[in-house]
Design a protein around this ligand. Sequence first.
Ligand SMILES: CC(=O)N[C@@H](CCC[C@H](N)C(=O)O)C(=O)O
Length: 373
Amino acid sequence: MSSFVKIRRDLHQIPELGFQEFKTQRYVLSYLQTLPEARLEIKLWETGIFVKVKGTEPKKIIGYRTDIDGLPIVEETGLEFHSKHATEMHACGHDFHMSIALGVLTHFVHHPIKDDLLFIFQPAEEGPGGAEPMLKTDIMKEWMPDMILALHIAPEYPVGSIAIREGLLFANTSELFIDLKGKGGHAAYPHQTNDMIIAACSLVTQLQSIISRNVDPLDSAVITIGKITSGTVQNIIAEKARLEGTIRTLSVESMDKVKKRIEEIVKGIEVGYQCETKIDFGAMYYQVYNEAKLTKEFMEFVDRNTDVKVIECNEAMTGEDFGYMLKEIPGFMFWLGVESEYGLHHSKLNPNEQAIDTAINMICQYIEYKGNA
Ligand SMILES: CC(=O)N[C@@H](CCC[C@H](N)C(=O)O)C(=O)O
């Protein structure tokens, strides 16, 4: 087993939610302490880490970002190295992302290139978002990269492949929290109450009509309600309901339109079901938009110089706060094929670990080329 597969397995066992990645931060720091320190500069921000690997004759800084947080999922993989945390899991591959970042970082500590490299270990990608606040730090202002790259594992593509496109890769996202408050009461006297379970069910159905009736069929949008909380027991009419979800759109303009329509529909629920309502759009992520020139060059480089297959893919409705970094810094993100039967955010996600060394080798070759130019 390669040392970076071992690191992935160690990290897989300690998934932590956004801004609570204390063990993860300690693990990464203790690994960094095993490397020769002459070329390293390390700065902490919240639960994240900035690591500069100094080049020999730096003219620019090349940035590489990995996310570090896990998800609130009870793991069901049955793997020997399964999560030690009962209710958290690395079900979005951030354990892979971190081990690959450490693999690339280690290579350049031992084989320095001309340019400086900045590795960003970013908390809270799954929410509420660490990229935007990290960008605003003095550390980032001092070490602002001239270009940046990142990857995300893709269960649907084979090991030995990457998928990427110029321009829009991932959607704009916004979280969505809606609270409803009516009047509870006895299950046998519904006429004396305003039942918030009925209101919530109607609201969920009406929200889907935004996608089918308000969004241009040639555009695309998603509203997913992933969680509903309501009620206390089977014979009490519920006084409150809370819906938690996410909105995805292919443009900022469509996001604004969808949000406006949600507000109108929720107003209708308020009148129709005689209840109080509250909408909170939570955290929003800017789209992931790959800079055309660098993306094209990367695709051609990988195709010509490595065995990795380059697939030109469509946009996806996933979100990534790396979009904020790409808004400020030219660069790109790509999907890394890891062929898992179960997909992202699934309790049985089991990516193929062979992809770790494939990714490290490919990224090292590309950075060596860019950083010695
Ligand atoms: C790659 C991926 O799965 N990213 C997450 C980002 C979540 C953004 C935010 N918490 C939201 O739900 O809107 C995704 O769910 O796409």
